[in-house]
Ligand binder design. Structure first.
Ligand code: GLA
Length: 378
């Protein structure tokens, strides 16, 4: 983050002059609880040491100037316009400012330069990092007084209303609330959460990024959400949260097989999050890991958001004796998250790289996870 701060600061000075304030917001991992947030279930994320850094300063007039350092591209827009600016990367920032205004805040124009090092399309929430960095910055600069939950919701509404993704709250929550060394268990129904210090002495968390992003027609993420909502409705519930396998089985003849499988995954995942919490309390990381594999195959076979490359990596992990491995995030490409014993780590990473390259022609990218702080002024 320090290096990014320097680069962003230099560019800001060159383009817009002195007087910038700096903010940072991270990407996230998620141990367990995937595609549960929009079902009002539980998630178990943590912030990482990769994120977005923003240099920002209020400006006169109503035109904002925004420079994306990694793309070497500037975009200007007025905050009063309803029309989105042209570049899609600017929608995240424009959307945040608009969502704050919709909630009654007065947002003044600004000049800003930003850069990020969350790998794009890896399932590590680069977009939530960007939204949260600007939400946090604009909240402070304009003295809006939104609390951290509202900042997370502002990012989520930005996705819904300006980016076309009907996401849950996990990514923005994790980015805003992250705490060094801690995972967080969030109940997405009550919004109660607890920090869980995560320091498994003999184990490491490592991400293996397939570096593939499958282009799918339509909006498979939103379709999954719709499936869940349909089943919840037939069950007479607002959300799938709290539904049982028995209730679902009883319904089987009256819903599509596809919706049945989607709901079976979600209901199973709620049980798995609970199992992981208990296992963590006992320090039983092998059990945590086995549950991660179950999640992976549920996401792959029932929820159908995995892909061949992710399944391959989870398979290699199992063969190497890795405690747990699963695809992470929305799916259709990106990373697996792996819980691996230190003593197996080097062998596993080398084997996974080699076998993946033999099969797909390129190595997966390896990221060691350092669980870090959330949105902050630098
Ligand atoms: C994406 C969404 C989150 C969550 C995950 C899947 O990251 O933004 O809200 O639904 O997928 O767990």
């Amino acid at each position: 983050m320090e290096q990014m701060k320097q680069r962003v600061g230099q560019k800001f000075e060159a383009l817009y002059g002195a007087g910038a304030t700096f903010y940072a917001s991270p990407g996230r991992i998620n141990l367990i609880g995937e595609h549960t947030d929009y079902n009002a279930g539980f998630v178990f994320p943590g912030a990482v040491d990769k994120g977005v850094v923003v240099a920002i300063r209020p400006s006169e007039g109503d035109v904002c100037r925004l420079f994306a350092l990694d793309l070497d591209e500037e975009c200007t827009f007025a905050l009063k316009e309803e029309e989105k600016p042209a570049p899609s990367w600017a929608h995240y920032v424009f959307g945040v400012a608009r969502e704050m205004q919709k909630r009654g805040a007065t947002i003044g124009a600004f000049d800003a330069v930003f850069s990020g090092n969350v790998p794009l399309g890896a399932g590590m929430s680069s977009s939530a990092a960007l939204e949260s960095a600007f939400a946090f910055a604009l909240n402070e600069l304009n003295a809006c007084g939104f609390d951290r939950f509202e900042l997370a919701r502002i990012g989520q509404s930005t996705e819904h209303n300006y980016c076309g993704v009907k996401c849950g709250i996990m990514d923005q929550f994790a980015s805003v609330f992250g705490k060094k060394g801690c995972l967080m268990r969030l109940d997405c129904r009550s919004m109660e959460f607890a920090y869980y210090p995560f320091d498994p002495q003999e184990y490491k968390l490592v991400l293996l990024d397939t570096r593939v992003k499958h282009q799918l027609t339509g909006s498979p993420y939103n379709d999954r959400r719709l499936s869940c909502e349909r089943v919840a409705k037939v069950l007479g519930r607002d959300f799938l949260r709290g539904a049982t396998m028995e209730e679902l089985e009883a319904l089987r003849p009256s819903i599509s097989e596809e919706d049945f499988k989607r709901a079976r995954y979600v209901i199973g995942e709620e049980q798995r999050v609970m199992a992981v919490c208990e296992a963590l309390e006992r320090g039983d990381y092998e059990r945590v890991g086995r549950t991660m594999y179950e999640t992976h195959w549920g996401l792959s076979r029932d929820y159908e958001v995995s892909c061949e490359e992710l399944d391959f990596l989870a398979g290699v992990a199992a063969e190497c004796g890795v405690a747990g491995s699963r695809m992470m995030g929305g799916g259709f490409g990106g990373c697996t998250i792996n819980l691996v014993k230190e003593s197996l780590y080097a062998d596993f990473v080398a084997t996974a790289k080699r076998r993946f390259a033999e099969r797909y022609g390129h190595e997966p990218q390896v990221y060691e996870v350092a669980i870090s702080d959330g949105s902050r002024r630098l």
